[in-house]
Ligand binder design. Structure first.
Ligand SMILES: NC(=O)c1ccc[n+]([C@@H]2O[C@H](COP(=O)([O-])OP(=O)(O)OC[C@H]3O[C@@H](n4cnc5c(N)ncnc54)[C@H](OP(=O)(O)O)[C@@H]3O)[C@@H](O)[C@H]2O)c1
Length: 262
């Protein structure tokens, strides 16, 4: 069945693991060629191979650090060296740290903003004209703390809130330039990062990670935690022609964990 995504080219940041990898997999399954970016080359190569084999699409990878302007420019250059066109930009890479506000030094805040906020803005700027030419789209993977702050995740909350504001503002520019810009708010989604979070919390509480995981489900009355594939399917929909009239929207995919209206 036609998906409307056949032959499109997507850049997925943080495409080697977790949510980004699942998004790349879903986009490739629907007919996109993909360029994946992350730091660890071995993870990228493994992900790229597996996605190319299962989808039959072309998948390229580039290892770089998106916390720097140079890293973002290198991703732009990698696209010129490979596909030389872009229809879809997925700003997904992010790794903000939780912790006690009084113990988190400036460096942790700077790191959080450098990767998740600055890479999103730099890549949007670098790829904007090409996306405009192709009538393309951007999907920003944000996170629930943008709207529901938590004292133990102040960096993630502030970074995500900045990204949400940026996405909405950029979508207004996108109306003029022909680029659709939307955002997704995943709830707790089972990736390596979240497993690590459960293990760290378990150590602090003197429990095991499975108990902490069960507590997280109970806390919000969820049926289950999110899977990377949940976020991937929504993201691929937002990139598809079926979402042609969706612009400047942010959608939570969290099993109902967000209690308020917005
Ligand atoms: N999982 C959740 O519960 C959840 C909830 C809400 C929002 N989110 C958001 O969803 C996004 C993905 O989360 P995830 O759980 O899938 O994370 P993950 O499993 O830790 O994967 C993160 C990806 O980003 C890459 N990355 C990390 N630092 C990088 C850097 N400096 N430069 C380039 N790439 C980098 C990682 O590869 P390397 O380490 O090799 O660079 C990896 O590919 C994040 O923005 C996160 O804030 C996640």
């Amino acid at each position: 069945m036609a998906t409307g995504l056949e032959g499109k080219v997507a850049v997925v940041t943080g495409g080697s693991r977790g949510i980004g990898r699942a998004i790349a997999e879903e986009l490739a399954r629907k007919g996109c060629d993909c360029l994946l970016a992350a730091r660890t080359e071995s993870h990228l190569i493994a992900a790229g191979r597996q996605i190319a084999d299962s989808s039959g699409r072309r998948v390229e990878t580039v290892a770089l650090d998106l916390r720097t302007a140079e890293g973002c420019s290198a991703l732009h250059a990698a696209l010129q060296d490979t596909f030389r066109r872009l229809d879809i930009l997925i700003n997904n890479a992010g790794a903000t740290r939780g912790g006690d506000f009084l113990k988190q030094a400036d460096g942790e805040w700077e790191d959080g903003f450098a990767l998740k906020f600055y890479a999103c803005l730099r890549l949007s700027r670098l790829f904007w004209q090409e996306l405009s030419r192709r009538r393309g789209c951007i999907v920003n993977i944000i996170g629930g703390f943008a709207r529901t702050p938590d004292p133990n995740f102040l960096i993630g909350g502030a970074v995500n809130a900045a990204m949400a504001n940026f996405s909405k503002g950029l979508s207004a520019r996108g109306k003029r330039d022909g680029v659709r810009v939307n955002a997704v708010y995943p709830g707790l989604t089972e990736t390596d990062r979240v497993q690590e979070l459960f293990e760290n919390r378990a150590r602090v509480l003197g429990l095991d990670a499975a108990e902490v995981r069960a507590m997280a489900i109970r806390k919000h009355g969820l049926r289950r935690l999110g899977a990377p594939e949940d976020v991937a399917k929504l993201t691929a929909f937002l990139c598809s022609p079926d979402a042609d009239h969706i612009q400047g929207t942010a959608i939570a995919i969290d099993g109902g964990a967000t209690a308020d209206l917005h």
